[in-house]
Design a protein around this ligand. Structure first.
Ligand code: MG
Length: 376
């Protein structure tokens, strides 16, 4: 893998928070820092739980819908494809992509909103910040420190947005660290910018698939979206007898592939305008990983369509209302009776935060079982 000068070079990593012994002596093969990060994430507890966490459709609603785990794998795949074409650090892209949703609560965004409301008086709850908390603090894997002790670059990519007050807290702990850009401006690495974009490309495409498969949205509705209508016409013209699932997959395949090329071309153009010679130069420039203006407009229309027709569909709302109710109920029960939680959480000083951490770590099905067990 040859890295472009603007890529994150593992040999120049800003390193880890806790010093670790050098493992290079006497071994014939050395894993690079971001490769190690990726491996640590794959072996983490929070990563395994993603398989039972809702993306859009509640986990138990069907075996074929995306979960947080398959979503994260798709983000990693798209990120690596684009990143390879641009000469970026694929290990870092994969690490960020696989970790980007580790902090999600059960029951998707409804779960996160419910937990944020429960935590309103206690500092709030934000899934992105929680992803960082998982890798920095909550994973228990090492004798000498909490968390996974990931590199600066992976942590920078995980913290993709951050409210000012949280940024100030992080900045106080690590001056000039990963939260600085939210206070003083600047961009993260191209690998981080790319994961953010790949996240959107992945969910737009897979939510069309899951939406149609579930019967909640139809081809006719989707034709309202110019981007979809264009590929629908194109595929039907090339394959007049194609129908159903194969037609849908061919449309999504072409749509995904053209979005990937659009991002590669637009980003190459931005790179040749600005010519950054290092990742620090990248951090001082505007965001360089982008769609073309036309690609961006088309993607936004698709996103808005999915918001109104799928995420706000009465059937999706009904199941997410259930998730909201479960999270609210469990939060109240654990605050009232901390000993219903495992001792490590029950004896923590900041009880609301302990409850939020415990709840956020749950899978959909574990939260549902706890609800059955504890509701009076
Ligand atoms: Mg995501």
């Amino acid at each position: 893998m040859s890295l472009a000068p603007y890529a994150c070079d593992p040999a120049r990593s800003r390193g880890r928070q806790h010093a670790e012994p050098d493992h290079t002596e006497g071994v014939s093969f050395v894993r690079q820092v971001h490769q190690r990060d990726r491996d640590r994430i794959v072996h983490s507890t929070a990563f395994r739980r993603l398989v039972y966490k809702t993306q859009v459709f509640l986990n138990h609603e069907g075996d074929l819908f995306r979960t947080r785990l398959t979503h994260s794998l798709e983000v990693a795949q798209l990120g690596r494809s684009i990143g390879r074409a641009l000469g970026l650090n694929e290990d870092l892209i994969e690490a960020i992509a696989l970790a980007h949703d580790l902090g999600h609560t059960p029951f998707g965004h409804a779960g996160q909103d419910a937990l944020n409301e429960c935590m309103a008086e206690h500092g709030g709850f934000e899934h992105n910040l929680q992803s960082l908390r998982v890798v920095d603090t909550l994973e228990e894997r090492y004798p000498a420190f909490d968390g996974l002790n990931l590199s600066f670059e992976t942590r920078e990519g995980i913290l993709k947005h951050c409210a000012r007050r949280h940024a100030q807290e992080i900045e106080a702990r690590e001056p000039g660290g990963i939260a600085s850009r939210f206070l003083y401006g600047g961009q993260p690495s191209l690998e981080a910018q790319l994961c953010n974009l790949a996240d959107g490309i992945a969910y737009n495409a897979h939510d069309i698939d899951d939406g149609v498969r579930s019967g909640l949205i139809t081809f006719e509705q989707l034709r309202e979206v110019p981007l979809f209508a264009r590929y629908h016409d194109k595929v039907c013209a090339a394959h007049p007898s194609l129908q159903g699932r194969r037609l849908l997959y061919e449309i999504i395949r072409q749509l995904l592939s053209d979005q990937v090329y659009d991002v590669i071309d637009a980003t190459r153009a931005a790179l040749s305008t600005h010519r950054p010679q290092s990742v620090d130069a990248v951090r001082a420039l505007p965001a360089l990983v982008n769609f073309s203006p036309d690609g961006q407009a088309q993607t936004t229309q698709l996103k808005q369509f999915l918001f109104h027709n799928l995420y706000r569909h009465p059937q999706v709302m009904a199941s997410t209302d259930w998730g909201r109710h479960v999270v609210q109920t469990l939060f109240a029960v654990y605050i009232d009776k901390p000993t219903e939680m495992p001792p490590a959480y029950a004896r923590r000083e900041d009880l609301p935060r302990a409850v939020a951490d415990y709840l956020a770590g749950m899978t959909d099905r574990f939260a549902s079982r706890e609800y059955q067990r504890l509701r009076a």
